[in-house]
Design a protein around this ligand. Structure first.
Ligand SMILES: Nc1nc2c(ncn2[C@@H]2O[C@H](COP(=O)(O)OP(=O)(O)OP(=O)(O)O)[C@@H](O)[C@H]2O)c(=O)[nH]1
Length: 215
């Protein structure tokens, strides 16, 4: 059984929030900013929570005890070195915000546990008991699988599920070849399909209408 001490969480908070028109991470849902709600859920499942964001100062006041920022780096016309915590280092070019896959890679480079729980910051209906039940089953995931994710008619749900730390080299290779799509990347590898007892928990709060529907 994968316990809390054997799991790291990554929360992504760096998108444009263009459909919402303001920063989704800061939206209050039942009085608590969305990012903080997601971090609370992440803390219930993992000992360390990395918040990957280009602007940590914006969220400093929301930081919970087991959370740390990973500041996302963008350097124009230079290469950013992502140092894997153990093995080799790999060069990753960035010039501006590159989307969630690149943010995830920067967080994953910090992880030392076998499994990591990845969460978007815009999931207002997360259910801790479902995340914990999923985590408890990770020991049974066959060795070749790089991730354990829910699947729906549009494809994988990449921003609420589990990844093996050792997928980092493949991920960096895909990114360095120009790949930016979770779906394209995942389709190259074996992924365990997680049961989905609570599909509503994957609801993303993307628009003002979404926000109104959950208040
Ligand atoms: N760290 C990081 N997170 C990102 C980045 N792009 C998106 N995310 C996060 O990924 C999750 C899903 O983001 P989306 O809703 O697809 O994109 P968005 O840019 O936030 O919103 P839209 O502009 O409305 O598409 C959210 O938690 C975002 O904060 C990025 O470049 N870096």
């Amino acid at each position: 059984m994968t316990t809390r001490s054997e799991l790291t969480a990554i929360v992504l908070a760096g998108g444009k929030s263009s459909r919402m028109g303001r920063d989704k991470a800061l939206l209050p849902v039942k009085g608590v900013p969305l990012l903080q709600r997601v971090c609370q859920s992440a803390e219930s499942c993992a000992n360390i929570v990395y918040i990957v964001t280009p602007w940590p100062e914006r969220y400093q006041h929301l930081l919970l005890p087991d959370c740390q920022f990973v500041k996302e780096v963008f350097l124009s016309s230079e290469k950013v070195k992502i140092q894997e915590s153990t093995e080799n280092s790999i060069l990753l070019p960035t010039s501006h915000s590159e989307g969630p896959l690149v943010g995830f890679a920067q967080g994953l480079a910090k992880v030392n546990t076998e499994w990591v729980l990845l969460l978007a910051c815009d999931l207002p209906r997360l259910r801790v008991e479902v995340l914990q039940a999923w985590a408890a089953g990770l020991d049974n995931v066959e060795g070749e699988a790089i991730a354990a994710l829910a699947h729906h008619p549009k494809g994988w749900e990449p921003l609420c599920g589990f990844y093996r730390r050792r997928c980092l080299p493949q991920l960096l290779e895909f990114i360095n070849q120009g790949g930016r799509s979770f779906q394209q990347w995942l389709n190259q590898y074996s992924v365990k399909v997680l049961p989905l007892p609570a599909p509503e928990m994957l609801f993303n709060c993307n628009t003002p209408e979404d926000l109104a529907s959950i208040q």
